[in-house]
Design a protein around this ligand. Structure first.
Ligand code: RI2
Length: 320
């Protein structure tokens, strides 16, 4: 059977980035599984295939933010385990899916709240910060430090090509924080004035490298040179389990019209335009990763994951 229109809409919205931000796409994707589930009628085996199909459509929307497949893994592995241990009524399975979706969303929201608390402890009164792109988790840390009464200023890079930095600047400024918007290429120019860089993450690899919005690694390099501290605020479900097995995180390359208008491309057919959405910051340039389980160095991050979750997810591709 086909999928409900509301489900298809979420798939399209994630692809087109109307829904964006690694944490949000994970929450919206697992919620979309529920929308699909509610729209199903039929037998048990058919239900399992149908939910797996919905999961495949969701995981194929954006390849880099691992929070999305991790959210789906969370729900699907639990559901499949119930099914394999004999739960064989569609209504019961739907109830379970509902419960696991709620659980994941609660875990995600609570993780961001804890990260705000732990991250804010690392920000001092008088600090000048710099952030890149629009990370809800990094913004949570900055707002929390401000709410604790610390006098802080924040530089925000505009984040070409989609200018998500403007969203961040609006969010911080409307919260009462002194905010300065700069072009991405001005990051090094201001770096000596910055005490700490605070960014989010779309994925974290087994070696502690962080995948985040394109331009992050350049900022990290400039921070490293200037001896400015570089902090990543990320939930543990941004860990990429595939990287434990030597697989690389795929970097999404988006439409070139995000970079230049179509007319310009037509006038300049000899120019090739590239638009990678993310880059990889090596662990050497990262001082700390703030997670909901505590603050760790990048090399400790995978150890923290292994200690807390063991071999992470019972099946890496439960949707297959
Ligand atoms: P939170 C975003 O990706 C940005 O790269 C941001 O730094 C990251 O997700 C983490 O965001 P995009 O969807 O999960 O804008 O902290 O490509 O909100």
């Amino acid at each position: 059977m086909g999928y409900p229109d509301d489900f298809i809409r979420v798939v399209e919205d994630i692809k087109s980035m109307r829904i964006r931000g690694a944490a949000r796409i994970a929450r919206e994707a697992v919620s979309a599984l529920r929308v699909a589930s509610e729209g199903f009628s039929g037998g048990v085996e058919e239900y399992i295939d149908y939910i797996k199909g919905a999961a495949r459509m969701l995981v194929n929307t954006r390849p880099t933010a691992v929070s999305l497949p991790n959210g789906i893994r969370y729900v699907l592995n639990k559901l499949l385990s119930d099914y394999r241990s004999g739960l064989d009524s569609v209504e019961q399975l739907k109830d379970r899916l509902d419960r696991y979706v709620d659980e994941f969303i609660r875990i995600s929201v609570e993780a961001a709240e804890k990260i705000a608390v732990y991250g804010a402890r690392r920000i001092e009164d008088g600090d000048v910060l710099l952030t890149h792109c629009n990370s809800s988790v990094a913004i949570g840390v900055i707002k929390r430090a401000f709410d604790e009464g610390k006098s802080i200023k924040v530089f925000v890079t505009e984040t070409r090509p989609r200018y998500q930095g403007r969203l961040t600047a609006e969010a911080l400024s409307s919260h009462g924080i002194e905010t300065t918007l700069i072009v991405d290429s001005a990051a090094r120019y201001y770096m000596n004035e910055i005490d700490k860089v605070v960014v989010g993450a779309d994925a974290i690899a087994a070696n502690g490298a962080v995948v985040n919005k394109i331009g992050t690694s350049q900022i990290a390099l400039a921070a490293h040179e200037a001896r400015t501290s570089f902090m990543v605020a990320a939930e543990t479900y941004k860990f990429s389990p595939d990287t434990l097995f030597g697989r690389l995180i795929k970097i999404e390359e988006r439409e070139v019209e995000e970079v230049v208008p179509r007319e310009w491309l037509e006038k300049n057919p000899g120019v090739r335009v590239r638009n990678p959405a993310f880059d990889v910051t090596p662990p050497e340039y990262i001082d700390l990763i703030v997670t909901e389980l505590g603050v760790v160095s990048p090399s400790m991050f995978p150890l923290l994951i292994m200690e807390r979750y063991g071999l992470v997810y019972s099946e890496l591709e439960p949707w297959e």
